[in-house]
Design a protein around this ligand. Structure first.
Ligand SMILES: [Zn+2]
Length: 325
């Protein structure tokens, strides 16, 4: 069974290692772990990582240059998807299909045209913010009264015209509902869980989950321990699957996916910038090599393989087909 991880920060590790003079980072450090976990492809984002977000434009430029070099080096093992049909082409040719994404647009400054450069490289997914407020919208870490800006609204139209999938994870609630009013194509929350089970700002209310489903989009369930449960004892694989089941109970089988957000390879200073708990992870889902265990849990709870395939890849393929060209 295919697994498409709809949120991966592997390019953050690529950038760190390349800045230290390494090369072929994906092949050396990630390919094997992904294949042990049964992950066949995913959305890999460019993300301005703290503490380097003090000068986001400069940092994103650096990330972009290092990503371009890395992409040239992994061509025989992975393929940047530019058209929907490229996914099947890559799978048939035993290379990993990767959707290039952008997590937050702080690195674009106020330049709405800036996204064209990324589009040419293959960008087919983007979110307007990480946790910050920027020229386009407002993230969960910022002013709750500030939402989507006029420039952000223009950006959404531009993305929909180009065929770039819009991601609402990390938006504050005001921005979220502004986006829902403006967006005409399906939107996804690539790595957010249900607030009904774990009440943190990064997770989604039931109404938000319903609105995403109504757009035709989906929610990717996040393995990050702090979004799984408020009680550290409950941060385990079973509880992860509870989030999947909660979303199914609200909106059915067609609007849920896997957006693992594994962070085991992030730099310690980056992790500490957004997490107070150190060296903790979700039991049974510590890193990408454990991804396949989600399938076993779903089978044990009585889900048929045809439904499990929707969660692991068919739902996101449907959404991508309707948005990217
Ligand atoms: Zn994120």
């Amino acid at each position: 069974m295919l697994i498409f991880d709809i949120h991966s920060d592997i390019f953050t590790d690529v950038n760190h290692r390349r800045l230290r003079g390494e090369s072929r980072v994906f092949n050396q450090y990630h390919q094997d772990r992904l294949s042990r976990g049964g992950i066949n492809g995913g959305i890999f984002v460019l993300w301005v990582d703290p503490p380097y977000d003090r000068d986001p434009v400069r940092r994103l430029e650096e990330i972009l240059l290092n990503t371009e070099k890395e992409i040239l080096e992994f061509q025989d093992t992975a393929h940047i998807v530019k058209h929907f049909d490229d996914i099947q082409w890559a799978l048939d040719n035993h290379v990993m299909p990767i959707i290039l994404g952008l997590e937050g647009m702080s690195g674009l400054g106020t330049d709405i045209q800036g996204i064209y450069r990324f589009y040419d490289l293959g960008l087919r997914h983007a979110s307007l913010t990480w946790n910050e407020a920027n020229a386009f919208a407002t993230g969960v870490g910022s002013n709750e009264k500030r939402g989507l800006t006029p420039l952000g609204q223009e950006m959404i139209h531009q993305m929909e015209t180009l065929g770039i999938l819009l991601d609402v994870s990390h938006l504050n609630e005001k921005s979220f509902w502004d986006v829902i009013r403006v967006a005409q194509k399906p939107v996804i929350a690539s790595h957010s869980n249900a607030r009904a089970l774990c009440d943190v700002p990064r997770n989604l209310t039931d109404d938000q989950i319903r609105a995403i489903a109504q757009s035709g989009g989906l929610v990717g369930v996040n393995a990050y321990h702090e979004f799984i449960d408020g009680n550290p004892e409950w941060r385990h694989l079973d509880r992860y699957v509870d989030h999947i089941e909660h979303i199914i109970s609200l909106v059915g089988m067609d609007h849920v996916a896997l957006g693992f957000d594994f962070i085991d390879y992030l730099q310690e200073e980056t992790r500490q910038s957004f997490s107070r708990t150190r060296n903790r992870s979700t039991q049974g889902l510590e890193d990408a090599s454990k991804a396949y265990d989600v399938i076993g849990k779903l089978q044990a709870r009585g889900y048929r393989d045809t439904d499990i395939q929707k969660i692991t890849h068919l739902n996101i393929f449907r959404v991508l087909k309707s948005v990217i060209l």
